[in-house]
Design a protein around this ligand. Structure first.
Ligand SMILES: Cc1cc2nc3c(=O)[nH]c(=O)nc-3n(C[C@H](O)[C@H](O)[C@H](O)COP(=O)(O)OP(=O)(O)OC[C@H]3O[C@@H](n4cnc5c(N)ncnc54)[C@H](O)[C@@H]3O)c2cc1C
Length: 413
């Protein structure tokens, strides 16, 4: 009887949370969703043309923001479908962070906190269709070159109001563009993620060492053997998936640190490492029995070689970009999420829309356009502020840092 009462109480709590979750999402949609254009023929007199490279979460969201604000877009996608990396994983794959932090566009409506692959792809497709992006998408079209139209472009030390760059993609079959946006990323307990993402200055003040200890204790309290021995939390993208830690703790899964020697008929041979040992330093070889091998080795970042080198000179190449997104040589080249290395935040949160709005502002208001010197100065200032950051000034950043940069930027506009 007691357990029956408990069960119905917990079902009630679950149902209540689901309702609250839906309510919050509808409020966000009501407040932030920009209406789609009334038909595919809109905008009839576009404010500008923007080439978007990539039809993943970032590309589709960027394109939907653009079209809703009166800019025309062409989306270039090398594969034959929308959804990016989510279309290349198995159906049991799901979000690592709470979907409330993964609202890659204001129109997104999630059914649960951790939706799986099909739902993510469905949401991307929904926005793609709703914002009439279908006829504007070129599938099976890898971008191989992005060239500046001769005679256009910012003069080296010029006045930002002088003629701006125009761009040709591949052989120019889609005409001339006013801006280019490259869009992709490589990829977590919402509490730990939020704590790390809350680091405002990206460098290790003494207080952060204490904070790092607190976060480490919280995240790995039952599985101390998982704590990295040499890498700080603010150096590489941390794994803060508490479900994984729970599975290890429960004994359902054993975590072995080591280097694979070879697969065998019965499993896998591994050179086992102790926590302090670096890759390749393990000596003891052991064989682990297994029926199935899952290679969870991550994704390779797509190359960036279609841009002219001059857009990303040494020292100001990714991720050392203006506001961590714009080429310091030309504000009309934006790389949302595409130069990201390590950090903590969320790919698809509000920043995609903010970056697009900054680009729209540059396109529409000559007074807001930064010069090369100003963009480089911004990079240099951040490098100075974060000079002691163990992960590098731009190699590791948090969502709070990014948000602070964007807020400061708007303050100066
Ligand atoms: C199982 C799984 C769980 C994840 N969970 C999270 C999470 O919880 N939180 C989080 O923040 N992130 C997570 N991620 C990371 C995920 O990669 C991003 O959230 C997001 O999907 C990336 O979208 P994107 O559009 O930036 O890049 P992609 O999905 O990689 O899309 C880029 C697109 O660009 C195309 N492209 C590349 N080069 C060219 C070219 N030269 N020309 C034309 N097209 C090109 C590619 O074909 C691709 O379609 C997860 C990823 C996976 C696989």
């Amino acid at each position: 009887m007691k357990s029956g009462v408990c069960l119905s109480l917990s079902s009630l709590v679950d149902a209540g949370s689901a309702l609250i979750y839906m309510f919050i999402q509808h409020v966000l949609i009501f407040l932030f969703k920009w209406p789609p254009p009334p038909g595919p023929e809109y905008p009839k007199s576009p404010k500008g043309r923007i080439a978007i490279i990539g039809a993943g979460v970032t590309g589709i969201s960027s394109a939907a923001h653009a079209i809703a604000h009166g800019f025309d877009v062409v989306i270039y996608e090398q594969s034959d479908t929308v959804g990016g990396v989510w279309t290349r994983v198995n159906e049991t794959s799901g979000l690592q962070i709470n979907s409330l932090l993964y609202r890659f566009h204001p129109a997104v409506l999630w059914s649960s906190s951790f939706p799986s692959r099909d739902e993510v792809v469905h949401q991307v497709r929904k926005i793609w269709e709703e914002y009439h992006l279908e006829p504007r998408t070129r599938f099976n079209t890898p971008v191989k070159s992005v060239r500046r139209v001769k005679g256009t472009g910012l003069p080296p030390h010029g006045d930002p109001s002088s003629p701006r760059s125009r761009w040709i993609i591949n052989d120019g079959e889609d005409g001339i563009f006013d801006a280019v946006v490259a869009t992709w990323i490589i990829p977590r307990n919402v509490v730990v993620g939020a704590l790390i993402a809350g680091q405002p200055a990206g460098r290790e003040w003494p207080i952060w060492l204490t904070w790092q200890k607190v976060i480490t204790w919280w995240n790995y309290r039952d599985v101390p053997e998982l704590v990295p021995a040499r890498i700080g939390l603010f150096e590489t993208t941390p794994i803060v998936n508490d479900e994984f830690a729970k599975v290890v703790k429960s004994g359902k899964c054993r975590y072995v640190r080591g280097d694979i020697v070879r697969f065998t008929n019965g499993g896998v041979r591994v050179k086992v490492r102790r926590r302090q040992e670096k890759p390749g330093e393990g000596k003891a070889e052991r064989e682990y029995a297994g029926d199935l091998v899952v290679l969870a080795t991550g994704f390779k970042r797509p190359p960036f070689d279609f841009f002219q080198d001059e857009l990303f000179p040494k020292g100001y190449d990714g991720p050392n970009l203006y506001l961590q997104g714009f080429s310091t040589e030309d504000w009309s080249v934006l790389t949302t999420n595409a130069t990201f290395q390590h950090g903590m935040g969320s790919v698809g949160h509000v920043h995609i829309g903010i970056y697009m709005r900054i680009l729209f502002t540059f396109l529409m208001d000559t007074k807001t356009r930064p010069t090369r010197q100003e963009m480089k100065l911004w990079v240099d200032i951040v490098r100075f502020i974060k000079r002691d950051a163990p992960g590098g000034a731009f190699s590791f950043f948090t969502y709070t840092e990014l948000s602070a940069s964007l807020v400061v930027h708007f303050g100066f506009l």
